[in-house]
Design a protein around this ligand. Sequence first.
Ligand SMILES: [Zn+2]
Ligand SMILES: [Zn+2]
Length: 303
Amino acid sequence: MKHITFYKYVEIEDAEAFVKNHLEFCKFLDLRGKIHAGMEGINGSLSGEEKAIENYMESMKKDPRFNDIDFKISEIEKHAFGKMFVRLKKEIVSSGMGVNIKNKAPYIEAKELKKMLDNDEDVVLIDVRNSYEHEIGHFENAVMPKSETYREWPSIVESQLKKYKDKKIITYCTGGVRCEKATAYLKGQGFKDVSQLHGGIIKYGIECSDSHWKGKCFVFDDRRVVDLDPNKNNGPITQCVMCKMPSSELHNCAYVKCDKMFTACPECLKLLEGCCSRNCRNIKNRDSQREIKTPRFEEEIVA
Ligand SMILES: [Zn+2]
Ligand SMILES: [Zn+2]
């Protein structure tokens, strides 16, 4: 089976009808995954049989709006999603930033970045992803601002990144989509020399293996965590919150009011009844709340 991620900022007229038809088409191909589409473009992650994925990509490329879309393709064993969703969204990744995408920073290709890192060039690599993502794995020496959601970007720039304003900056995220608006925002704030990793970590892994990378890579599908290079099995760089053994199994605290992301081994997770700590477990049991928890992975980011 195959897995693909892709995005493109391009105007989709009558997005509502597009979403409806696109869902039908994906279901017809027996694909599973998540697609966000709207006036500003499309952002998706899909799994399916090789033939179906090929079929999907071919038909997208026949559409002039999407003919230059950059599909990142990987091999998988089984479906990476339970269902197929195509959702109508104002923003294809929720940011609230209100920037003009035309002001995005220029791209730097994966191989070019690798060369710069090989030569130990003076660049500041900034991880645009959330803390729970970069804790699982990240580029060596990257700047990793504390962040719970992408929507915090403007306040992160204000409180944690201003000191890099005059530096040569390269941003990266999982598939590249988050860097588009994040770099437009940086430029708007007077950052002088900004570029973005084209195709994100996923494409870097395909082209440059795990060079200059530490740990694993968080992904927004049922696999949750993958190796940058499927032929290399990198050990976890995170530990179980309880027994402190290496673990890259990420969970979302079952106590609704906590909602923290944490790593735990299967045994400890059972003991903690899905919570991030004994404390959360105890409060959860005391409150015996009936609130239904929406997993954090259902949130706004597709890839
Ligand atoms: Zn444990
Ligand atoms: Zn908790």
